[in-house]
Design a protein around this ligand. Structure first.
Ligand SMILES: [Fe+2]
Ligand SMILES: [Fe+2]
Length: 322
């Protein structure tokens, strides 16, 4: 197998070389205390497929993913599926709520901006949770059905394209949140705590990106191979290609007076229809303004736009609707 680690390497090396692998081994259900055992011995004892384990370790520790096709050969799909499911539980039940608790401790909850930051984080958490629950209830059962030898009506590409939030849109929300805290939060007291919460946000972002990347490459390719297998019960599905969600543009520029007015009304809690009525313009025009604003500022969530409006004096804090 190509990659940094092999079956005969001591398991302890995997952790001591890169502490982030601690999270990875626990998602495989492997516990610490493996002494001088090799990777293969530890996996065998824990009932984990060694090929899948090594593929995931090598994928995470080597960012040059030039050998994906070869890596896929060593994956046992049921093991991979269990790993992804455990990762979802880790994010939804443990990691994201933990960061929320830290944020609450770190920010001054009497401040309007702090409340908006928390609201922004909650929106992010809800988006990730919806995304992962969709995978738990739609993507994983579909793959389990394939593993039982039955082809479905749809392909993996069809199912993932019906996702509400794409990997890139979720990551964009987190980037916005980090930028808002860094640029706009008046770091009065609790600087150490806020720094700590921010560090966690950076780490969870990296972890989440790796997770998504693994789903988009290793996992998808494994499933595609299975979909193409002639051994499946029903006729072959349509040919598919992975969908690539559009990335946000990076246009910069000053806001026009109309755009500033739209932001002010958004921060007041008005809907697009209400904004259109106030400004005597069509709803479609409001939506165009909002798209242009988001592109210029790289802020998409309402809470983020509201924070921007407050700190840039577009609206008074008293007029903001929480
Ligand atoms: Fe996932
Ligand atoms: Fe995903």
């Amino acid at each position: 197998m190509t990659g940094r680690y092999h079956e005969t390497d001591p398991m302890s090396d995997v952790i001591s070389d890169d502490y982030r692998m601690l999270q990875m081994i626990s998602r495989f259900g492997i516990t610490l205390g493996f002494g001088d055992q090799t990777v293969a011995e530890t996996c065998q004892k824990a009932g984990v497929d060694t090929g899948t384990f090594l593929t995931v370790v090598n994928f995470l520790t080597d960012t040059n993913h030039a050998h994906i096709n070869e890596m896929v050969e060593h994956i046992d799909l049921p093991t991979m599926l269990r790993y992804l499911k455990n990762s979802h539980t880790y994010f939804i039940d443990y990691r994201l709520p933990g960061i929320r608790r830290k944020l609450i401790q770190a920010i001054d909850m009497r401040s309007q901006i702090a409340m908006l930051i928390l609201q922004f984080y909650d929106e992010y958490m809800a988006e990730v949770t919806r995304h992962m629950q969709y995978e738990n209830t739609h993507v994983h059962p579909y793959v389990e059905q394939l593993l039982e030898g039955r082809r479905g009506e749809q392909t993996l590409a069809d199912i993932t394209s019906q996702h509400e939030g794409s990997h890139s849109s979720i990551d964009r929300s987190l980037t916005e949140l980090k930028n808002i805290i860094i640029k706009y939060y008046p770091n009065d007291q609790n600087a150490a705590l806020l720094g700590d919460a921010l560090m966690d946000i950076y780490m969870v972002e990296e972890d989440f990106l790796n997770h998504c990347h693994m789903e988009d490459t290793l996992f998808s390719q494994c499933v595609r191979r299975l979909e193409e297998s002639p051994l499946l019960a029903s006729p072959a599905g349509e040919e598919t290609s992975p969908s690539t969600p559009p990335m946000a543009g990076d246009g910069e520029g000053a806001l026009s007076d109309r755009e500033r007015e739209v932001i002010r009304l958004v921060a007041m809690g008005l809907s697009n229809k209400e904004i259109a009525e106030r400004m005597f313009i069509a709803v479609n025009t409001v939506m165009t303004h909002r798209r242009n604003i988001s592109r210029k500022l790289d802020i998409h969530a309402t809470a983020g736009l509201t924070i921007y409006a407050i700190v840039n004096g577009i609206i008074n804090v008293e007029d903001v609707k929480l």
